[in-house]
Write a protein that binds this ligand. Structure first.
Ligand code: GLA
Length: 732
């Protein structure tokens, strides 16, 4: 494979003897170019379609604005800074210049480091870039250090900065709340400052996501237009700033940890490494941008993406806290009989002195409650073996209830400000353990370690986190370092997860946080998937999953068939619709199967069989093509997945509005080979009569030019006003 980072065009200025360099970071389709002249400011020249070395050499002549590539505060305070510090002697300014450039190969990646140093102080910043062969992502981050006499206060320490040329620029961002995550906001970039942030402290993706898309050619489209996508890969508080100053031709984008109440005292010789900011450029629209992030996400970020995920039943909406041995056994038998491969026992299984019968007590005491489960976890594992499925378990190890033996013995482990009362979260009794404390890191590690050493057959863990940091104070950190809490919490979490993964590389772990509050690439190196939302209503899930799909691949998106009426919205939707939505992600069930009729179970058994045989590899490993957005409110939503070889694809279509005689658009397909013929087979069919195009073949060209007409209702006894279709397309 050809080297994809080129340190191009080094040339020597004979008059000064100063080395002047144009640094060009290339992916297969994009170039990020900087001017890095020794002793001068590092300048951004270009980010866009891949350019030749000679174009790169002429960028200045073409009118590049030569903005600082990592703006520092002090000498020119007119630009929003990416870094601002207070030196040991009280000086508030920085003047960083290029000191050197290094490049290295690292596993399968190319890394370029541009070393900056202050002109007057021994203060250093490495601006780093990483690319991978074949992937359209540039990862950037910084390493900040100094050798001043005392600590230097870091007041701002962004991961990266990018200027965006003024024009018809639109931004797409993601907002939401519990049970309504990943809603899409798409707007023209107006003058002024736009700040996207999350300050939950523990989780960071329910209210806003740390991803953003800049569309350079007006409102973004799926299949055309120049776009820049950015994802800050961090599990804690973050802030994305878009400063659209009216007096300049550039918008300024700065992304990093949110420094609010989090300034950091950097000791001499300590290195502060900022989280990775992943950037991607495309001139082929939002669909391509998503596919670039998905591919990088699966190849480089999330765990075990090469393996297909098990179809599971989770006990939560089936029994909530009412865990009983015989019911666990029954649920295992039921999911096994429907073709499922894994059963996950959710909350409610633990607590001896403080049994976990509701959300008010028990967190922290991860000992099985033998009143509910007399044969303990070995009994459950035996049952799973008997039913021929795997077994998984829920934990929330970062948390504690006031009613717990852990809190009784160690009140010093909770997050709490001095001279303040305790502040509670869920159940009005929950508190957050202080993961900045290494002893707490040990406790959290031990929760997992004990379960997995005692019961090595546990195949899956659902790791939950249901409370923010509310009472800013660490009983472990010194009085001087209280502002490190948010950062040190996440360093503690990462250390613990690293330790767990070093010992248990294979176990599947789901990141859950009151639903989708931990959907972030900063966590995916330790997790296999996330719980997309606590909202399992199929109609609302179409929107939540659509928003999530802009940056995250379907294999990461847990998507479960639940009961009707739905427990969050009260809406009743037919089982086919519920199943068809769940099948567009990592399929599972979250229901009491005992309450399903034999016909419903049979319908699920057939759907699971089809998912496992035909759909799973295409959905979980294929390329996503979004076709008709639910956010456009045209009455339906549709997307498809195709294998990279384009020999198989699956088309999903869901009615999102059920109005009599409403007109619905016909949906064109995408991602197929125009010159191949595809045979159409309906999956999860409930209709008595097959569709007119069942078993027929159409060219990829026709399907992508016209698509197929979707009937708006089902001719089945169980049909209602909702309709949905899943079509398998097989190349002949
Ligand atoms: C959170 C999760 C749910 C469930 C409950 C258990 O709300 O998001 O899926 O696990 O906790 O208490």
């Amino acid at each position: 494979m050809k080297r994809i980072v080129t340190l191009a065009l080094a040339f020597l200025s004979l008059s000064t003897g100063v080395l002047a360099e144009v640094v060009q970071i290339n992916t297969p389709g994009s170039s990020l170019v900087m001017q890095a002249d020794k002793g001068k400011k590092l300048k951004h020249l270009y980010y866009g379609t891949r350019i030749t070395d000679s174009d790169a050499a002429n960028l200045k002549a073409a009118g590049a604005a030569l903005l600082n590539a990592y703006p520092d505060y002090g000498v020119d305070p007119s630009v929003e800074p990416a870094i601002a510090v207070e030196h040991a002697d009280g000086n508030m300014t920085l003047d960083l210049v290029v000191d050197g450039i290094e490049s290295r190969e690292e596993n399968d990646a190319s890394v370029t480091v541009i070393r900056l140093r202050d002109k007057a102080y021994p203060f250093f910043v490495n601006v780093c870039y990483r690319t991978y062969p074949g992937l359209e992502i540039v990862e950037t981050w910084t390493e900040i250090s100094h050798s001043e006499k005392k600590t230097v206060r870091l007041n701002r320490f962004a991961s990266g900065y990018l200027p965006i040329r003024y024009g018809d620029v639109w931004i797409t961002s993601f907002y939401g709340s519990w049970a309504n995550e990943a809603q899409i906001q798409c707007e023209p970039l107006a003058h002024g400052m736009k700040v996207i942030k999350d300050r939950d402290g523990v989780r960071n993706s329910a209210s806003a996501r740390s991803e953003i898309v800049f569309s350079l050619d007006g409102k973004p489209a799926e299949d055309n237009g120049r776009l820049i996508g950015a994802a800050l890969c961090y599990s804690g508080n973050y802030r994305l700033i878009v400063d659209a100053s009216p007096d300049k031709n550039y918008h300024h984008f700065i992304a990093g940890i949110d420094e609010t109440q989090s300034s950091y005292s950097l000791r001499p010789k300590e290195t502060f490494t900022t989280p990775v900011l992943a950037l991607s450029y495309t001139d082929k629209g939002l669909g391509q941008l998503s596919r670039s992030f998905h591919r990088w996400g699966r190849d480089k970020k999330m765990l075990h993406a090469d393996k297909l995920r098990d179809v599971l039943l989770n006990s939560w909406e089936g029994v909530y806290f009412d865990i009983k041995e015989n019911e666990m056994d029954q649920m295992m038998a039921d999911i096994a009989s429907m073709g499922g491969e894994l059963f996950v026992m959710d909350d409610g299984w633990f607590g001896v002195k403080y049994p976990r019968n509701g959300d008010k007590q028990g967190l922290g005491d991860w000992t099985v409650d033998t009143r509910k489960l007399p044969a303990g976890i070995p009994g459950l594992l035996d049952a799973a073996r008997r039913h021929g499925i795997k077994f998984g378990i829920w934990i929330e190890p970062e948390m504690v209830n006031i009613g717990s033996e852990l809190y009784e013995n160690h009140p010093e482990y909770v997050i709490k400000a001095p001279n303040r009362d305790l502040t509670y979260g869920r159940g009005k009794t929950q508190m957050v353990l202080d993961l900045s404390n290494p002893k707490v890191q040990d406790i959290v590690f031990t929760v997992v370690d004990t379960l997995l050493t005692r019961y090595p057959d546990i195949a899956y863990i659902k790791w939950d986190a249901n409370m923010p940091i509310r009472n800013h104070g660490s009983q472990y950190l010194s009085a001087d370092n209280q502002s490190h809490l948010f950062i040190d919490y996440h360093r503690g979490l990462e250390k613990t997860l690293r330790r767990i993964r070093a010992k248990y590389p294979d176990i599947v772990i789901q990141a859950c946080a009151s639903g989708g509050a931990r959907v972030n690439y900063g966590l995916l190196p330790w997790f296999d998937e996330f719980w997309t939302s606590d909202n399992t209503d199929a109609l609302q899930r179409i929107y939540i999953q659509w928003g999530t799909s802009c940056f995250y691949p379907a294999i990461a998106m847990a998507s479960h068939i639940s009961a009707a009426p739905n427990h969050q919205t009260g809406r009743s939707m037919n089982l086919k619709f519920r199943t068809d939505v769940a099948m567009s992600g990592r399929l599972g069930m979250e229901i009491q199967p005992r309450n399903m009729s034999p016909e419903e179970r049979d319908q699920c058994r057939r759907a699971i069989e089809e998912y496992k045989t035909h759909l799973r590899p295409i959905v979980q490993h294929g390329d996503l093509y979004r076709l008709l957005s639910p956010f456009d409110r045209l009455g339906a939503a549709s997307l498809m997945y195709a294998t990279p070889e384009k020999d198989r694809a699956v088309f999903f279509w869901w009615k999102t509005e059920a109005f009599c005689h409403k007109q619905y658009p016909r949906v064109k397909m995408a991602g197929l080979d125009p010159d191949r013929n595809y045979k159409v087979t309906e999956m999860n069919r409930i209709d008595l009569k097959p569709l007119a195009f069942e078993g027929k073949s159409f060219s990829g060209r026709y399907l992508m030019d016209k698509g197929l007409e979707m009937p708006l209702s089902h001719n089945a006894p169980s049909a209602d006003e909702w309709a949905s279709r899943v079509l398998l397309l097989t190349a002949e």
